[in-house]
Design a protein around this ligand. Structure first.
Ligand SMILES: [Zn+2]
Length: 342
């Protein structure tokens, strides 16, 4: 959409509260990691939505938003065309944002929500905790047109819905303005909060020795080590992929990537080319080629699994769902996520 066709929109007055909210959400690693999470505002026939691959944390200055013609985006969905394919600059979740009727729509990969949304019994667990809110559960479905159709279906059943928990994915909520949306988000987060399990500390001395003169580095975020030092987390990771972002790591989509290595020498040939190695009981070392986006994803994953009990019945992604998530859209998303953080 040409900027010139948008009348009288002031970044300060009209988009300011949206960008402020985007920034606050983007700086909370328990809500968004890297370019995950997105926000939109419907205003005078225009959908202002986070551009593909931008980080919510970079919201200051308004450069993260792109304007789309709301009627055109709605028409594309009616014709089964994913607006993210039609408008390559738009968020891959544009279809989700436009299908919800609210003026402000916020989508987050909240680690607390995901810890519930990967359970087999998520719908029942959430029913108790979100009681009284106008919410609905949507079992895992791919982003784009398939998710938009599911949202249409649940909204037809209960049009007043303003919270959706997306199975193996995250949370989306809408409000009449930014303040209402942020207040609702805080309430959901309060209800779904899970204290993380305490993990055994990493063996920093040995890890530093391994990283010396090697391809490996220690993560800045100490919490990542829980993937290696907490046996419950290791067992969960060995079960498969819990959500599509977990499969974003370049040329390493196999679940084995998340299995702990018992070999304490990660610079052996077996691990060359890996983005990271989980060294059983010791901690995690990262490849020096790992991008900030990939590291943020790994931090988020550690936070999610630290909030899942060992007895939890988990619903992992199927092979088919994983193949789908490795599609062109996911590839584009990963490329941009890696490239565009300010
Ligand atoms: Zn998402």
């Amino acid at each position: 959409m040409e900027q010139g066709t948008i009348k009288n929109v002031s970044v300060n007055d009209d988009l300011g509260p949206l960008l402020d909210l985007a920034g606050r959400v983007g700086h909370n690693p328990l809500l968004t990691q890297a370019s995950t999470g997105n926000i939109s505002l419907k205003l005078d026939g225009v959908l202002w939505i986070k551009a593909s691959g931008k980080w919510l944390a970079d919201a200051t200055g308004g450069k993260i938003l792109t304007p789309l013609d709301l009627a055109a985006v709605r028409a594309s969905i009616r014709q089964n065309l994913d607006p993210a394919e039609l408008y390559p600059n738009a968020s891959i979740e544009t279809a989700m944002h436009v299908t919800l009727p609210h003026a402000v729509v916020l989508h987050v990969h909240s680690v607390n929500t995901i810890a519930w949304a990967v359970r087999e019994d998520a719908a029942n667990q959430l029913a108790t905790r979100l009681d009284g809110l106008r919410w609905q559960w949507i079992p895992y479905v791919a982003s784009g047109i398939p998710l938009a159709r599911e949202i249409e279906r649940v909204l037809t059943a209960r049009p007043e819905t303003d919270v959706l928990v997306l199975g193996n994915h995250g949370l989306v909520l809408g409000g009449k303005d930014c303040q209402a949306t942020e207040t609702l988000l805080a309430e959901i987060e309060r209800r779904l909060a899970i204290p993380p399990r305490q993990a055994h500390p990493a063996d920093y001395a040995l890890l530093s020795e391994l990283a010396l003169d090697s391809l490996w580095d220690l993560p800045d975020d100490d919490a990542i080590h829980a993937l290696a030092t907490d046996p419950v987390s290791r067992k969960i990771l060995e079960g498969g992929f819990l959500y599509p972002c977990q499969a974003m790591f370049s040329d390493a989509r196999t679940p084995e990537l998340f299995h702990a290595a018992t070999d304490t020498v990660p610079d052996s040939a077996a691990y060359a080319g890996r983005p990271f190695v989980i060294v059983k009981g010791l901690g995690v070392v990262l490849s020096r080629t790992m991008t900030p986006a990939e590291i943020a994803m790994l931090s988020g994953l550690a936070q999610v699994v630290q909030r899942i009990d060992p007895s939890t019945p988990l619903r992992y992604l199927t092979e088919g769902e994983l193949a789908e998530s490795a599609s062109i859209a996911a590839y584009r998303y990963r490329e941009l996520a890696n490239a565009s953080h300010a």
